[in-house]
Design a protein around this ligand. Structure first.
Ligand code: ATP
Length: 952
């Protein structure tokens, strides 16, 4: 009897996993199991609770003070009402409405903030769904690829190097299978798996060689296993529900903005306190005020309103939403960015290291020449048995497939291998690989790997066991029995072809005995490789062409124009690589090309010092990519690196922008990368860089927009009060009166309608600007670089001063009109409100483009215009509708006072010519700079330290 404890899973076909080992589940069975067991998913994030997000908006201390102050105002209003025996006159009504407006603004502001936060969380969430993990399962007897989440209990899953294990299960078959289980056990070395190992469930997880665990990565070999647990039930699912959620990492820009936000927080508190002190001091002649509760509530409300209005509290939310929207747009352009941090790195990307095959070339291989020691040339259709042998050997020693469906060829697998199958179909009597394998049965295979650069198969040919090997000539030739002279001849042909940009493969073979095979199959991989891949007979060389991608050529031109260095890293021959690099303009006069073995002889220091000179790396191993990334990073450059294999994962992880191939890439490489190229195309990286740069500029625009208004508000309200207290010193009607520049409600209203909508529109607005004629944005660059700091300062100051002038003119007009002191203040503040509001909204139109407003097409920028019209409508409502004006402590009679109207609506127009001249000047300056500064060569981005050294 079987011991139950040890043999929890004795054989496939028990009740739990009932399945057919050979045919797998049927579609119907899989569907019905999915209904019972659910999706194969591990719940990662808690659902966003909109209510909690909304509540979260009230964490800001200033917002809390403001709400408390509003509540106090209600209480004072109630006290007033009781004093007035509950007879409601206009003044009393205003007392009630004022705190209501404050609450309305605070609540709406928080709502806008919450909506943004939810939207950006959703966008980030949607990203993870863009690139679902795939799994190869046997269903209805056919191997198909499905979304990992659809894998269910009892599925038979096929795995090979580079795959990610979709769920837990028991091995049915394995050959050289090893998997990296670091996500579960922390062990980063691959652990060997064996379907024959004793199935002892008492063993610790890491020692169960017969089991595979969800999320581990297959490092070598192939295997089939049956799924026993999915989703939350897997070992990983069990711990992941225990482990608390990881916090979303922040990008350097978000960190910078967060810091800025903190500084603003302090400035806000300072403004709040400063404003209160000022109000208290100014009330000195009327110390009686101090006894009134109403005075204190007004002091607090004014102080907090100023702080709230002046602090661009939406900065962080705006940044993440712009990043998230940008990422969605990139996905439409086939660049699937997995984390927001990569967006920013894209903007600063200075080097793109790219694979050759498939990324820079079309990966459409066509055999155009064959060679064996007797003769050469295949192109003139002199097909003889020698050539046919090479084609058939190449086809036998491959994993690819080619089928004719509806008069169209359907290639599956590596294009290098498919190229043999096309020739087979054309010239051999065996039209397909299936027919060929029927005749020459496959006994064993050691798949191609780019470390070894060889592939081996054993087939039964004419009742003999034939070992067939194909691979890189320079590797394979030395393993043949050719004499030195012949070797030289072969290598000479190899070089000649490589110089023509051909990809060259050598084919060799040997016979082994049945006994040797039997021994071999009991030995480990190293033994097998050593035994099979040495002492070979040379059969011939095969040349194939793989034309460069047309769009890659253009993309490389764009790289060069924008100060980015394109670098080719390939496993191919150095001459082939250089020839293609030359045709694509990656390799120019004076550049260096280096092979993997030469690279091995370079120390890390030498490599780092000369890293900018190398444009082509050939015959490199995936591990070398990591050294190249490290060397660039030691020189402080932001590097993008492409990769597709499981061995590329470390380099993809280490680089600033790891780009995995969407079509040909392994799941492991996709997991390690932070961007996936859905079309495997180099030009997609370049267009993503362009997007990264434009997103950075958008964020800058929004920040600038918010800060200009803030500065203007502080200047007007804070310094204005100081100045006008002095200016109005001798104005008779104002003696003993409370002076305010803007009422708290006016200020908050401006904040709501100038900080919110135009900023969102600016973030959504595309620009016509060419971001690819400049060098990459240095990662050391402050957000305020390139004049943004100064522009923000002077434009904010200008608007502040203009509003102050308008305040003075309004007051003067009312004074000359013999108005009461109260009316003087009201007309002055109404005009300042109008001028500040209009100029602040207008400011976003100014920022939307580099060109002067009259030179840019309003239809293109309709989003910004629409938001400005919307905001202006709400501002004008407050200024012109009498009943509303009263509530905001404004001047009721504005509509009947042409002079005041002219001030309020006319003064903002002054900005148009000023901004026009400024922009024209900047455009001229840039033109001049661009002319003298055409980017001709790559230059390292320098750190501040290096720059200082250089200056010295
Ligand atoms: P890249 O790294 O740019 O994708 P690559 O595809 O040429 O370049 P590898 O796949 O590492 O790089 O191939 C290296 C060499 O191995 C090739 O130059 C070729 O000679 C040989 N080779 C490529 N594919 C196969 C294969 N399927 N079987 C045998 N040898 C191959």
């Amino acid at each position: 009897m079987k011991k139950k404890k040890e043999m929890i899973y004795p054989e496939v076909g028990n009740e739990l996993l009932q399945t057919n080992i050979k045919k797998g589940l049927t579609t119907e069975e899989a569907e019905s199991r999915k209904k019972i067991y659910g999706n194969n998913e591990i719940k990662k994030s808690k659902k966003v609770n909109p209510f909690l997000v909304y509540l979260g908006q009230f964490k800001d201390i200033l917002v809390i003070i403001l709400m408390c102050a509003a509540m106090l105002s209600y209480i004072f209003a109630l006290i007033s009402a009781s004093r007035h025996n509950w007879v409601f006159d206009t003044e009393l009504i205003v007392e009630f409405i004022e705190p209501s407006i404050i609450l309305f603004v605070v609540l709406t502001n928080s709502l806008v903030g919450a909506i943004q936060e939810i939207k950006s969380a959703k966008a980030v969430d949607a990203l993870s769904k863009l690139n679902p993990l795939q799994a190869k399962v046997v269903r209805n007897g056919i191997l198909i690829s499905i979304d990992s989440k659809d894998v269910t209990i009892g599925d038979i899953v096929m795995l090979e190097a580079g795959d990610v294990v979709p769920a837990d299960g028991y091995l049915l078959f394995s050959s050289n299978l090893s998997s990296i289980e670091s996500s579960l056990t922390g062990e980063s070395e691959p652990s060997l798996k064996d379907h024959l190992a004793p199935r002892d469930m008492q063993l610790p997880l890491a020692d169960r060689k017969f089991m595979l665990y969800s999320s581990s990565i297959i490092a070598t070999g192939v295997g089939y296993y049956v799924v026993s647990a999915i989703g939350q039930q897997t070992e990983l699912g069990k711990i992941s529900s225990l482990v608390s959620q990881q916090k979303e990492a922040m990008s350097p820009l978000q960190i910078k903005i967060n810091k800025l936000g903190k500084i603003f927080g302090y400035v806000g508190i300072a403004l709040f306190l400063g404003s209160m002190i000022m109000q208290i001091l100014f009330a000195i002649p009327n110390t009686a005020h101090y006894k009134e509760l109403y005075f204190w509530s007004t002091v607090i409300i004014n102080g907090v309103s100023l702080a709230v209005a002046a602090i661009p509290e939406g900065l962080i939310a705006f940044t993440s939403i712009i990043l998230a929207i940008g990422v969605q747009r990139m996905a439409k352009k086939r660049a699937i960015v997995k984390d927001l941090m990569a967006v920013e790195s894209l903007g600063s990307c200075a080097v793109i290291c790219s694979d050759k095959t498939g990324t820079l070339t079309q990966n459409k291989m066509t055999i155009i020449d064959l060679y064996n020691l007797d003769d050469k040339k295949f192109s003139n259709n002199q097909i003889n048995n020698n050539y046919l042998k090479l084609i058939e050997y190449g086809s036998l020693c491959s994993e690819a497939n080619l089928s004719l469906e509806n008069n169209e060829y359907k290639p599956v697998g590596d294009p290098t291998e498919v190229s043999f199958l096309y020739e087979l179909e054309k010239y051999s009597s065996f039209k397909t690989k299936k027919e060929l394998e029927k005749q020459y049965e496959r006994i064993h295979v050691l798949p191609f790997d780019s470390d070894r650069k060889l592939m081996t198969s054993i087939n039964k040919i004419d009742n003999k066991l034939k070992v067939i090997i194909k691979g890189a000539p320079d590797v394979l030739i030395n393993r043949t029995l050719l004499d030195e002279k012949s070797k030289d001849k072969v290598l000479e042909i190899n070089n000649e072809w490589a110089n023509n940009a051909y990809r060259v493969l050598a084919i060799a073979s040997k016979e082994i005995t049945k006994k040797e095979l039997d021994i071999l199959l009991t030995k480990d991989l190293d033994y097998q490789l050593d035994f099979l891949e040495n002492n070979l007979n040379f059969d011939g060389l095969v040349a194939m062409i793989d034309p460069p991608r047309e769009e890659a050529k253009d993309a490389i031109a764009v790289c060069k124009m924008s100060g980015i260095k394109p670098v080719m890293i390939t496993g191919d021959n150095i001459n082939t690589a250089v020839a293609i690099a030359k045709s694509l303009n990656i390799y120019n006069e004076g550049d260096l090309a280096i092979t993997g073995s030469q690279l091995e002889n370079l120390s890390d220091e030498e490599l780092t010092n000369n890293i900018d000179k190398y444009s082509v790396y050939a015959r490199v191993k995936p591990e070398d990519k990591l050294r190249i990334v490290n060397a660039w990073q030691k020189r402080n450059q932001v590097v993008a690196m492409t990769g597709d294999g499981v061995n590329d994962a470390p380099a993809l992880k280490a680089s600033d922008i790891g780009c995995a191939m969407g079509i040909t890439g392994t799941e492991a490489s996709k997991q390690a990368a932070n961007m996936i190229l859905a079309d495997d195309n180099f030009s997609t990286i370049v267009s993503a860089v362009k997007n990264g740069r434009s997103i950075y500029q958008k964020i800058k625009n929004v920040i600038q927009n918010l800060l200009i208004t803030s500065i203007a508000e502080v200047i007007l309200v804070f310094f204005g009060l100081l100045i006008f207290k002095f200016v109005f010193k001798d104005w008779e009607p104002l003696k003993g009166k409370d002076i305010y520049i803007l009422s708290a409600t006016q200020l908050l209203w401006i904040n709501l309608f100038t900080h919110g909508f135009p900023a969102i529109a600016l973030g959504l607005q595309n620009s016509k600007e060419d971001y690819m004629n400049k060098r990459p944005i240095s990662k050391y660059e402050s957000i305020f670089a390139n004049g943004m700091g100064w522009n923000t300062l002077w434009q904010g100051t200008l608007i502040g001063i203009l509003s102050m002038i308008s305040y003075y003119l309004g007051a003067l007009w009312s004074f000359n009109n013999n108005d009461t002191g109260e009316d003087i203040i009201r007309s002055a503040s109404t005009i300042a409100f109008l001028v500040l509001g209009i100029t602040a909204t207008f400011n976003s139109i100014n920022l939307m483009s580099k060109k002067p407003i009259i030179m840019s097409n309003p239809f293109y920028y309709w989003k910004v215009y629409a938001s400005v019209i919307f905001s202006l409508a709400f501002l004008l409502l407050v200024a012109f509708v009498k009943k509303i004006t009263v509530v905001f402590k404004g001047y009721e009679n504005l509509i009947n006072s042409p002079t005041l109207l002219a001030y309020g609506l006319g003064l903002p127009l002054i900005l148009i010519p000023i901004y026009f001249v400024h922009k024209m000047f900047l455009l001229l300056l840039e033109k001049k700079k661009n002319k003298s500064n055409l980017i001709k060569d790559f230059q390292m981005i320098l750190s501040p330290k290096e720059r200082k050294m250089l200056k010295k």
